[in-house]
Design a protein. Sequence first.
Length: 526
Amino acid sequence: MSDDMPNDASYSHCHRTSILIVDDQPDSLRVLAAILEEAGYFVRKAASSQFALKTATTTQPDLILLDVNMPVVDGYETCRQLKRQPQTQTIPIIFVSALEATADKLKAFEAGGVDYITKPFNMAEVLARVSTQLRVHQLQHQLQSQAQALQTQNAQLQLEIRERNRIEAELRQTEAKYRSIFENASEGIFQMTTAGQYLSVNPALAKIYGYESPAELMSCVTDVGQQIYSDPQQYSQLISYLEEYGQLVGAVSEVCRKDGSKIWVMENLHRVQDTENNFLYYEGTVQDITERRQIEIQLHQQRLETERLLTNMLPQLIAKRLKTNNHTIAEQFDQVGVLFADLVGFTATAAQMPAPQLVNLLNEIFSIFDHLVEQHGLEKIKTIGDAYMVAAGIPTPKAGALEAIAHLALDMQEAIGQFCRPDGRPFELRIGLSVGPVIAGVIGLKKFAYDLWGNTVNVASRMESTSLPGKIQVTEEVYRQLKGKFLFSSRGPVPVRGLGSVSTYFLCDRLPCSAYPPVQSSLKVS
């Protein structure tokens, strides 16, 4: 990320959050501790893995910064030991190291780390990553608590439903034995002609439908299909089913009471015939299941809310796989477009704005970006402060993904023009775009986050950080795949950290031959 990341004071809600730094290098310990303490964190230090394990177990910090190259026991093994201990297994661990190889970073994540910071340190990057992981850890803890509460409520409701079903079953058995005691039955019981006229009803049925007596019900209701059922067509379907099969068990219908209110009932119906199989009448029992129906609706709504929370955190396909498969999700994709966007000069802007106004501004900007991402059929990966990351071609590869993300970049540059700084000048975006293989997966065992790793991701980040305000810098491979559909200008060799001198291009505009239309966001600046 660029130096324009928001400072920790505007981004973190630390409130004396405890952080343990583990590093055998005194200089590194001192630098990290100074950065974090200045931001308001409470910092503990450990110069060895043994002391770190003891300190973490006894103090249980909110976050651990762990060096990879440690004497006796390296950082990877220290992390694995921390994850095996019940007292420390949920503490997020960020690795710090001078090692920049992808293999080293993957090894860190496999050991249980949640992030990886390379030396030498960038103050804004350290604070942003620390703040992000603390916030993710807090949100995951809240989500887990909410999920547990929902599970408890669901279990209680299931117990109530089972208890109610058990009681209803006992009632049905009792009423079957004493059906002759018609007037004393608790279920509504009726006999009815094919024309929908009651031949007989019991007091329970009159009460269910809101009438004072069976006589009032029979005199007022002369057509059951039209006067009782909310949907007369459903009544016709029930009668057709009875004519074909002779009986119907557990039919659920919405019916109207005398006062016009509506309730839900469950009916058991059958055709009554004489000994010569001549039809006599329809006979049935009726139960008011309105309360149970409401419980079922509540359970369904709670289940939908749980699924909504999960799909808000993860791509829909990944969320479905997690619900049916507890194994680690990690996949290799050969062609993925990765976009990083960063608001130019946002740190200075943030210092001039009250916190609520700043958050509302970022929310408006990112909401428009989210809308554009959805319309282009792409996948938002995450935001870090004022930085925005998008991927094309995951979790399901598809044709035209790179072209779609190029259109998104142009639309984002157009959309950001709607917003102005406090001094009246419009905001500008610095965007970087690369394409290539990535590893995508879900981090963690209990609290999930979908993320990308690999050189393609690093290159996209470098394209953004070395780009210019209002520009979209792309790699030579992006230019090669999209030339002829978009207008590019060559920037020439650009020094890129970790890559040397790299030839890059600016994505300028669409060409008329590009059949993919730009997307106009329906969201407006408030």
